[in-house]
Design a protein around this ligand. Structure first.
Ligand code: PAF
Length: 300
């Protein structure tokens, strides 16, 4: 059995904790009450208790050593959350990042020693918290894990095997490409669903077509400048497939905006805007959505 620390108890953190605790000792770092039971709920089946231990920061030192630390906090929270758990890393702790949008990998790489592997996990699994303690699993989706430093690239199959209780988990040797592909999905869905307050499936309506094509054209130009080959037609096909698969869901950004929480817009359209400056590529559509979401309350 592996000791896994999940950092963050948002919807994805709770879903992953539920699946991983079927096989491993799972601890979840939370800022909320630690003694309340958390539940996993799927469609009409009976809710199940999430079989993990919920702990606060001041309880970390009293836990056994962690083999894996899975960071499920949002992109803009990764650096500060990592600083909090860093004192509890062993020489061989594996770090797995999982968030929407780009960034963080280079920063974390420079904080780790060569015997600490760094991975990134992208997931299209969908869920939301119907209250602080219940996660509703609303959408099937693939999860893909890839290595971000030399040790992780070498050990990727072992890590994928350790995390195999996550449904539909695959390993890839090119996580940067996968992260970009997921970024395209998020750029097509998240800001528009948040601005128009609609479910993912409603974005298939013709009124959104040209905006989605323009956003993804700009993102494809950035990917190309970075040496990645992601044809626009593939990016559009994947985005529309995810809209279909998650048609009845609200995106994470829609949920953030409606609940007046900070959003991940800087790691999505903000990343395209920033890379546009680096490569001297114009990105007016991403800039426009970045500004509109930033104009909402509580945005980072
Ligand atoms: O951020 C989200 O909500 C999800 O990444 C996705 C895939 C867009 C589904 O809603």
């Amino acid at each position: 059995m592996t000791n896994i620390l999940v950092v963050g108890d948002g919807a994805i953190g709770l879903l992953l904790s539920h699946f991983l605790s079927n096989q491993h000792n799972v601890y979840v770092l939370t800022r909320k009450a630690t003694n309340n039971t958390r539940f996993y709920s799927r469609k009409n089946s009976a809710s199940q208790k999430i079989n993990a231990r919920f702990i606060s920061l001041n309880q970390l030192a009293a836990q056994p050593k962690f083999d894996v630390i899975l960071m499920t906090v949002k992109a803009f929270q990764v650096q500060s959350a990592f600083e909090q758990v860093k004192p509890y890393l062993t020489e061989h702790t594996n770090i797995v990042l999982s968030h929407n949008g780009m960034g963080n990998v280079e920063e974390l790489k420079s904080e780790l020693i060569p015997s600490q592997a760094l991975y990134f996990l992208t997931t299209s699994m969908a869920g939301f918290k119907s209250n602080q303690y219940i996660v509703q699993h609303t959408g099937e989706g693939q999860s893909v894990i890839g290595g971000c430093n030399s040790l992780a690239l070498k050990n990727i199959s072992t890590m994928a095997n350790t995390l195999k209780s996550i449904p539909k988990l695959h390993a890839t040797s090119n996580i940067q490409q996968l992260r970009f592909e997921k970024l395209f999905v998020n750029i097509a869905i998240n800001p528009l669903s948040a601005l128009h307050n609609v479910k993912n499936g409603q974005l298939r309506d013709p009124q959104y077509n040209s905006m989605i094509i323009n956003l993804l054209t700009e993102a494809c130009n950035i990917a190309k400048a970075q040496g990645l080959n992601i044809p626009l037609i593939n990016a559009l096909t994947t985005a529309y497939n995810v809209m279909e698969l998650t048609a009845q869901n609200y995106s994470s950004m829609q949920q953030d905006v409606i609940n007046e929480r900070p959003t991940e817009i800087t790691a999505m359209c903000g990343y395209i805007n920033e890379q546009g400056k680096v490569y001297n590529i114009k990105t007016p559509y991403n800039n426009q959505l970045l500004a509109k979401i930033q104009a909402k309350k509580s945005v980072v």
